[in-house]
Design a protein around this ligand. Structure first.
Ligand SMILES: [Zn+2]
Length: 302
């Protein structure tokens, strides 16, 4: 019996937990968050942080992760691959053999390991967010971290800590990393569907339909209309435990900021790539919605 895994690959702050929670509402899918990241960190580390699962329970009380913790606790000295197989096997025994397991770990290193597992039926979703909100999101994270750490002590090695203050740095990281992901996926012999976070948020009906077609499942209304997650996500964005943020919604704070203007002028090749890759499934539609506030920002800047 092959194991059906849907792996979400992409950069941080790209909406992967939102996508994981959404897919997890499907009757034939189960969202388990960043499975590979949980295993890399170790369950003890997750337990110590005492952050609840999306189901509302602690790790040990969670119907799913509690079971995994028990099994892995009895056999701790196993490799990543063996632990991953234990997680998937436990998921199949609880949620059924036909259930598609969603892993939103995002990273390429984990994907490489998972793609080599035997009897795995792997499908990859490459989620890519517009470079401008991506940049604003990281700049804000940087500010929060600096505030937390005090006068920038231990905030990273020079010169990276200095570079991380500039929007251009995130434009370049975003471009390099997304191209690296695409190059890797091109050489990986598994089905891949690439789409934009903006496309998902602004055209959820259309995009959820396309994702379901790609995964070979019926489109269900529950994906767009839900008030409590059925997923077991113990590691991922904080929205998994914040009821106010459940569901597909667009974080548009970048419309009201201007930090991205300079790099968007400095790096036209990155903007060209952004426009082609983030909006390829909805070309000409989402783009107009995004462009009007952008033009406004440019006009007030001038
Ligand atoms: Zn749970």
């Amino acid at each position: 019996m092959s194991r059906k895994i849907v792996y979400i690959v992409g950069l941080g702050h790209s909406g992967s937990t939102m996508l994981d929670l959404t897919l997890g509402q499907h009757s034939k899918m189960m969202g388990l968050g960043e499975i590979a990241t949980v295993l890399n960190l170790g369950l003890d580390s997750i337990r110590q942080r005492d952050i609840p699962c999306a189901c509302g329970n602690s790790l040990d009380d969670c119907h799913f992760w509690g079971n995994v913790a028990k099994i892995l606790g009895d056999a701790p000295a196993t490799s990543f691959q063996e632990q991953y197989q234990t997680v998937i096997h436990t998921a199949q025994s609880i949620f059924g053999d036909d259930c598609l397991i969603v892993d939103s770990s995002k990273g390429l290193a984990s994907l490489k390991k998972i793609s080599k597992l035997p009897d795995v039926d792997l499908k990859v979703l490459h989620l890519i967010r517009d470079v401008r909100p991506f940049t604003i999101s990281y700049l804000d994270r940087m500010k929060r971290r600096k505030r937390k750490a005090g006068a920038q002590k231990n905030s990273g090695k020079f010169p990276r800590s200095l570079l991380q203050r500039y929007a251009s740095y995130y434009f370049l990281v975003w471009y390099r990393q997304n191209r690296k992901i695409q190059q890797y996926l091109n050489g990986l012999n598994v089905p891949v569907f690439q789409f934009g976070y903006e496309e998902l948020c602004l055209y959820p009906e259309k995009m959820v339909g396309k994702i379901c077609d790609f995964l070979g499942v019926e489109k269900e209304a529950a994906l767009l209309n839900w008030d409590k997650p059925k997923s077991h996500i113990i590691r991922g964005n904080i929205m998994r435990v914040n009821a106010e943020k459940w569901g597909i919604h667009y974080d548009n704070r970048w419309f009201y900021r201007k930090n991205w203007l300079m790099p968007s002028v400095l790096f036209p090749h990155i903007m060209k790539y952004n426009n082609a890759e983030v909006y390829k499934n909805t070309a000409g539609t989402v783009w107009e919605i995004i462009q009007s506030p952008v033009k406004e920002a440019v006009n007030t800047q001038q």
